[in-house]
Design a protein around this ligand. Structure first.
Ligand code: GAR
Length: 210
């Protein structure tokens, strides 16, 4: 697997997205070489342990927590891409700049709608007919980087925050590994400051409704 696309996954909690990323490694020919968490007791770390993937945890005690040691770990493991999969902290600008266009995040809304927290609640309050998840590149603006892909679901009259979260998480488990694969296969590519998909400028998100 030494020639495979190497990724590092950041988590803060349950880690169901990490689980799906790990399960789809051979299908999509990428390799999770490092799992990072700001919580030493994050439940999701069990998935990394079971798969014998190195883990690095650190304490996030203030807004500008020093991530030099995290950066060192990422470089040592020669990661091609950093994937934020339920990582609930805002990374410092210095860290983002150190890995320009090499960090992606999954967010439970159809960005640019509903940046930040409580996305399912807002969908219900606003009586939206559709909801979804987005995978985007991370820049200094919260949930504001270029959107790569989205998965879209219909909102039913009887949906609750819980039912939406559950249905969307199921979609996230396909959307994120599939998007990692598109980047690993160079089908999604930055050229100067423009994002391309299969050599065409990416003007709208790639819809992945698997
Ligand atoms: C996922 O729904 C993910 O989209 C969301 O947290 C959940 C993590 O679930 N991320 C964010 O809200 C980031 N702003 P998981 O730990 O089971 O993968």
């Amino acid at each position: 697997m030494s020639n495979s696309f190497k990724i590092c996954v950041f988590i803060s909690g349950t880690g169901s997205n990490l689980d799906s990323i790990i399960k789809k490694q051979s299908l999509y020919n990428y390799e999770v070489v490092l799992v990072v968490s700001n919580k030493a007791d994050a439940k999701g770390l069990d998935y990394a342990k079971k798969a014998n993937i190195p883990i690095y945890t650190f304490k996030w005690d203030k807004k500008d927590t020093d991530l030099t040691l995290v950066q060192h770990q990422i470089k040592q493991h020669q990661c091609d891409l950093i994937v934020l999969a339920g990582f609930m902290r805002i990374l410092p600008e210095g860290f983002i700049n150190a890995f320009e266009n090499k960090i992606i995040n999954i967010h439970p809304s159809l960005l640019p709608k509903y940046k930040g927290l409580h996305t399912h609640q807002q969908v219900i309050e606003n009586k939206d007919q559709t909801h979804g998840a987005s995978v985007h590149f991370v820049n200094a603006e919260l949930d504001g980087g270029k959107i790569i892909s989205q998965s879209v679901i219909n909102v039913e009259n009887n949906d609750t925050v819980e039912s939406l979260a559950k249905r969307l998480l199921f979609r996230e488990h396909s959307l994120l590994p599939h998007t990692i694969a598109l980047i690993g296969q160079n089908r999604v590519q930055w050229q100067t400051n423009t994002l391309y998909f299969d050599h065409n400028k990416l003007t709208n998100p790639i819809i992945i409704n698997d």
